[in-house]
Design a protein around this ligand. Structure first.
Ligand code: HEC
Length: 144
């Protein structure tokens, strides 16, 4: 029951970008086009695009974690791990261009810039708005 729910939520909410059969024991991530969301709601975008991996509350415990090479980072600790200052520019850059440190990144984290373009009529201003609102939302869930 639990497993089939996990699989369901994968299909409904995950919007990912690769098939991973090799390490998938039960959980598989399916590559599907991302669903449109309101560009002005960081929270809605987070739930739709990020929660499956990073977890509902950002703690890195989403249902897709079993299919990832490494657990996703706890997004509520970004400020704490950066000397108390929320690294807004870093977060925006990661969303636009992906995780830059290729040596450390597992490549599981999608590159969102182009995906957001696909649900924003390829309008760079709307893509920018999405990234900015998502960054603000992640800022709002920081723990001290
Ligand atoms: C398929 C799973 C997955 C999804 C979906 C996903 N992430 Fe990630 N994310 C990861 C993983 C895994 C990492 C760690 C880096 C790596 O291994 O590539 C990461 C890293 C990050 C980082 C870098 C954190 C740091 O410490 O530098 C940020 C910020 C981030 N994700 C935000 C988001 C946001 C916002 C969304 C939704 C738009 C999202 N992620 C969707 C898996 C995911």
């Amino acid at each position: 029951m639990f497993r089939s729910m996990v699989r369901m939520s994968m299909l409904l909410t995950a919007s990912f970008l690769f098939l991973n059969f090799a390490r998938a024991q039960e959980t598989k991530i399916k590559k599907v086009p991302i669903k449109p969301t309101a560009a002005d709601s960081g929270e809605e975008m987070y739930k739709e695009y990020c929660g499956a991996c990073h977890g509902k509350a950002g703690k890195g415990d989403g249902p897709a974690v079993a299919a990832l090479k490494a657990p996703p980072p706890d997004l509520t600790l970004l400020a704490k791990n950066n000397g108390g200052k929320f690294p807004a520019e870093h977060v925006s850059a990661v969303l636009q261009m992906g995780v830059v440190e290729a040596a450390h990144g597992s490549k599981d984290m999608p590159v969102w810039g182009p995906l957001f373009g696909s649900v924003s009529h390829q309008d760079p201003a709307i893509t920018h708005l999405r990234i900015s609102n998502l960054t603000d939302f992640i800022k709002s869930i920081q723990t001290n």
